[in-house]
Design a protein around this ligand. Structure first.
Ligand SMILES: CC(C)(COP(=O)(O)OP(=O)(O)OC[C@H]1O[C@@H](n2cnc3c(N)ncnc32)[C@H](O)[C@@H]1OP(=O)(O)O)[C@@H](O)C(=O)NCCC(=O)NCCS
Length: 440
């Protein structure tokens, strides 16, 4: 088996399956700079985006067009004008902008359509749609500079975009906006992506970066940042490439409006987008309002995730069997550790109020996430829940994890120590050990 060249691919695929399930039907806005759109890797990048769509997420792709606009301006003998980091778009420049953005849109549409018809995603009937989804207003005069046809997003046609996403299409959005009076404005692709993500209540905003990955002081790629950490980095690190600083500022801004996840992914890495979304380690930076892992009460939507987590352990005899129906009935007893939509840990608390006691059961972590203190985190949380409900002790029944619990203050008990209702259910064949811990 290990000599099989497809082995590592198979492992990779198996590891990706839970992420595929977690991302299904999630709305993702992907922002790509104009530089990416003229790079030789563009076809491969668009193939990855088409494959991403085929795996279930709803995809909006926003493209920039800065180098294409510069080229058109040069062709016309015009000099690009910038003020305060923004293009000043006069009437001549606007023609170049429309020309460049329009052609680029067609080029991307063409490549996407080719990918959508390719064998890797064929049969899924994917299509791409573009249109005038963004209403804009002029930036006006700022700091004494009249920006003329440079605009900012005023409104996003969420109904129009949603309809296309519901229809399974990839929606392509250009950095152009239209005013109700029919004028066209040049917009920043980053601003468009950010506003579209907020308006659509997207789950993810993904910036495909030109300036490589976001690195910390020791030059290590930063895998995760909370908003305060991102703000700190912006305040401290004056050597941040301007593009990454700008994406980080957008991430901070967007996370303050909506609790969504912003990813910065180096677009030069082959398959980087898919690695970021479908592997545990990822390759980019994830910015979120709160730490990405959240311990929370389980809901009916988590039944599948809990089942997938417990089943292998049940098959090994480490945990007792629980059917999906069983989990549905007892879902209110469960807590889950949620890592960006993926259920990586769980436990249940069953109360025996007449005996001031509770059972902690079904404690499990996904194998990839063990050994990092998460078991302790869940156990402490369950004990705190028991204390909050007025219980004076908790117990666990375990066949193979007694040592782990003993190291955490649990002491050997007897079946006779269990509440009578639990004694009646005790499975003699499993012969689990009873461990008890008094609560403060
Ligand atoms: C038990 C479990 C929840 C611990 O989660 P975790 O996040 O890995 O735990 P922590 O990081 O807090 O602790 C890891 C330590 O526990 C040890 N440990 C893990 N499983 C153990 C076991 N069955 N017996 C004794 N020690 C164990 C590890 O070796 C590690 O010790 P080390 O740091 O000295 O090397 C996790 O290993 C798991 O899901 N196991 C399978 C399911 C299970 O046994 N659940 C209990 C059912 S009652």
């Amino acid at each position: 088996m290990n000599n099989d060249p497809s082995h590592s691919g198979l492992d990779w695929f198996r590891a990706a399956v839970p992420y595929i399930a977690a991302h299904r039907d999630r709305t993702m806005v992907i922002a790509m700079a104009g530089e990416a759109a003229q790079a030789p890797e563009l076809p491969a990048l668009l193939r990855d985006i088409a494959q991403l769509r085929a795996l279930g997420p709803r995809v909006v792709l926003v493209h920039g067009a800065r180098p294409q606009i510069e080229a058109r301006l040069r062709e016309r003998g015009l000099t690009p004008r910038y003020a305060q980091g923004l293009r000043v778009t006069d009437a001549d420049a606007l023609e170049a902008v429309c020309d460049a953005a329009g052609r680029l849109r067609l080029h991307i549409e063409g490549l996407l359509s080719r990918n959508l018809g390719s064998p890797s995603v064929a049969g899924t009937r994917l299509r791409v749609a573009s249109g005038n989804f963004v209403t804009a207003r002029p930036l006006g005069v700022r700091g004494g500079v009249d920006f003329q046809f440079t605009g900012e997003v005023r409104r996003v046609d969420t109904v129009g975009i949603e309809r296309l996403l519901d229809d399974g299409q990839i929606v392509l959005v250009s950095p152009l906006g239209y005013s109700p009076t029919g004028e066209v404005f040049n917009l920043s692709g980053e601003d468009v992506a950010t506003q579209v993500a907020v308006a659509l209540k997207a789950d993810k905003l993904i910036f495909l970066t030109e300036a490589g990955p976001l690195r910390g002081p020791q030059h290590q790629t930063l895998a995760q940042l909370t908003v305060p950490a991102a703000e700190q980095l912006l305040a401290d690190d004056h050597a941040l490439p301007p593009e990454l600083a700008s994406h980080l500022r957008s991430a901070v801004e967007v996370c303050s409006v909506r609790d969504l996840r912003v990813h910065l992914v180096d677009r030069h890495i082959d398959g980087g987008l898919l690695i970021e979304l479908f592997s545990r380690q990822g390759i980019g930076t994830l910015v979120s309002r709160e730490p990405v892992e959240r311990l929370r009460a389980a809901t009916m939507d988590d039944v599948g995730g809990i089942f997938d987590l417990l089943q292998p352990l049940e098959n090994e005899g480490i945990l007792v069997q629980r059917s999906r129906e069983h989990l549905e009935l007892e879902i209110d007893c469960f807590r889950v550790l949620d890592a960006d939509g993926l259920i990586i840990g769980t436990a249940a608390l069953y109360a025996f109020p007449e005996h001031d006691t509770a059972e902690i059961a079904g404690l499990a972590l996904h194998p990839d996430y063990r050994g990092g203190g998460r078991g302790d985190q869940i156990l402490e949380h369950m004990e705190a829940q028991a204390i909050k409900r007025g219980h004076t002790k908790v117990f666990v029944l375990t066949t193979r994890t007694a040592q782990w619990f003993q190291e955490r203050g649990y002491r050997e008990g007897q079946v006779a120590d269990l509440p009578p209702a639990r004694q009646a259910l005790y499975n003699q064949a499993r012969n689990s050990r009873v461990l008890v811990k008094p609560l403060p």
